[in-house]
Design a protein around this ligand. Structure first.
Ligand code: V4E
Length: 210
């Protein structure tokens, strides 16, 4: 297996109409608007999310986000795995403690039911993306269909790459955007679970995952 991995360092922020003006002022270029539907999967015992692992299907592509030591108080750091065989291996590892049968064929969607994975969250996001002159910095403004919007400043680092430089880039971008607050901002999933899966939310909160 060849493992395709990158590390996503990101800082979320609350945005308003002013943010668009600010973005224009600092020379951010809108690189597009797109819409996507996300479906997140876990076992009914929350084996993945209790390990802070997030399995998602977006536009037919699978992705597994695995936690790394947080980059800083305000920035999260997740490994992004996009190769299905690698995803299946890691999910299997994570839920091995449970009664999963080894199966010879992990084809199509059968692997989901074989690993007892069910969809626990799904929503559609409209995302406007901006790039900064500063290399590799992307700013996303997300509007989720359940009535929550959130921005993120993101730098993707190849595995083994320079996280410190990524953090500095994010910090500079945050300053330019005038993000002063040092509070952590809730992501879409926090808000979704709080509203639609209160039991799941409470469990993750009590285990300090969210
Ligand atoms: C990692 C994670 C979750 C999965 C969703 O990740 P996120 O980057 O928030 O979503 P999105 O749509 O921006 O994905 P992208 O398009 O960038 O790939 S849900 C919760 N987490 C963990 C987490 C956390 N505990 N706290 C904060 C502030 N963010 C993420």
């Amino acid at each position: 297996l060849s493992f395709q991995m990158s590390v996503e360092v990101e800082r979320k922020f609350l945005f308003s109409a002013d943010t668009l003006i600010k973005l224009e002022e600092i020379g951010a270029v809108c690189v597009g608007q797109r819409q996507f539907h996300d479906q997140y999967f876990d076992t009914s015992q929350f084996d993945l999310t209790l390990r802070d692992m997030w399995l998602r299907r977006r536009k037919g592509c699978w992705e597994l986000k695995c936690p790394m030591v947080p980059a800083s108080a305000l920035c999260t750091r997740y490994k992004e795995i996009t190769e299905l065989p690698d995803i299946q291996l890691r999910v299997k590892e994570a839920i091995r403690a449970r009664d999963t049968e080894a199966s010879p064929s992990l084809q199509e969607e059968s692997w989901l039911s074989e690993m007892n994975l069910v969809c626990f969250a799904e929503f559609t996001t409209v995302r406007r993306s901006f790039s900064l002159a500063e290399e590799g910095v992307q700013i996303d403004l997300d509007q989720a269909d359940f009535g929550y919007h959130v921005g993120e400043v993101e730098v993707v680092v190849p595995e083994g790459g320079d996280v410190q430089t990524a953090l500095e880039k994010i910090e500079r971008a945050a300053q330019k955007l005038g993000l002063t607050g040092d509070q952590r901002v809730e992501g879409k999933m926090n808000v979704y679970l709080k509203r639609h899966r209160p039991e799941h939310y409470a469990k993750l909160l009590s285990e300090h995952i969210l």
